[in-house]
Design a protein around this ligand. Structure first.
Ligand code: C5P
Length: 227
């Protein structure tokens, strides 16, 4: 059967990765979570104290990019690939609110973006890929057969992210999560390199009032039009 590239972009916590995982599992495609890659670089920068609440040493991070190796390893127990940073599984570490607080600053750095985009394009050079992020339909795969752009109200997105973090045992307040979602959207949409924008040929999907199943069925319809 014909295989395609599916690019999913959108604001923070719009359920991009949930949808991407569902699609990849159903279609037998590879799922690539590009946000995890920016998060892993952020975690590295935090560990080396290149970034903290008072300073960000961009040059040191740029100099160290050559020492950062990222790869995904499929975990059959959970059904998707986990993020490894220099050989260490960092899947848990990269999902914390602390990493979320710095990641958009790291993602503004062009040198970081070009390193990660190159690797993402390699992952996708065989078709049969679902990739989610902020610039997949505009920069990484401008020729993707299907592009989705996901939105939902900030309140609903923050609520979903808050519930996720609480379920993982994180000690966060709803206000902190809401603030983080809104701040990241602001940085992501206004940065000069690869800002988050809807590609002209992307299909917008507002899932504020859709169940996971409704959304999945709707997207499956779109996928089938391209197969
Ligand atoms: O998708 P996720 O919320 O994990 O992404 C974390 C952050 O990584 C985003 O807020 C954004 O700053 C950055 N990002 C990006 N480009 C991508 C994916 C993520 O700039 N393709």
């Amino acid at each position: 059967m014909k295989k395609i590239t599916i690019a999913i972009d959108g604001f923070s916590s719009t359920g991009k990765s949930t949808l991407a995982k569902q699609l990849a599992a159903y279609l037998g495609y590879t799922y690539v979570d590009t946000g995890a890659m920016y998060r892993a670089v952020t975690y590295y920068a935090m560990q080396h104290d290149f970034i903290n609440t008072t300073s960000f040493d961009k040059e040191k991070l740029i100099d160290s990019l050559k020492d950062i190796r990222l790869h995904f390893v499929f975990n059959p127990e959970i059904g998707y690939a986990e993020m490894y940073l220099n050989g260490q599984n960092v899947e848990r570490e990269i999902r914390t609110i602390e990493v979320s607080q710095f990641v958009s600053q790291i993602a503004e750095v062009s040198e970081v973006r070009s390193k990660l985009v190159e690797q993402q394009q390699e992952f996708g050079n065989t078709k049969g890929v679902v990739m989610d992020g902020r610039d997949i339909g505009t920069v990484v795969f401008p020729n993707a057969e299907l592009k989705l752009f996901m939105t939902a109200s900030p309140q609903i997105r923050a609520e979903r992210r808050y519930q996720e973090l609480i379920a993982k045992g994180e000690n966060v307040s709803f206000e902190a999560v809401f603030e983080n979602v809104v701040t990241r959207d602001a940085i992501d949409t206004t940065r000069s390199d690869s800002p988050l924008i809807k590609a002209d040929d992307a299909i917008e999907l507002d899932n504020s009032h859709l169940t996971r199943e409704e959304q999945f069925m709707r997207v499956l319809d779109l996928v089938n039009q391209h197969l």
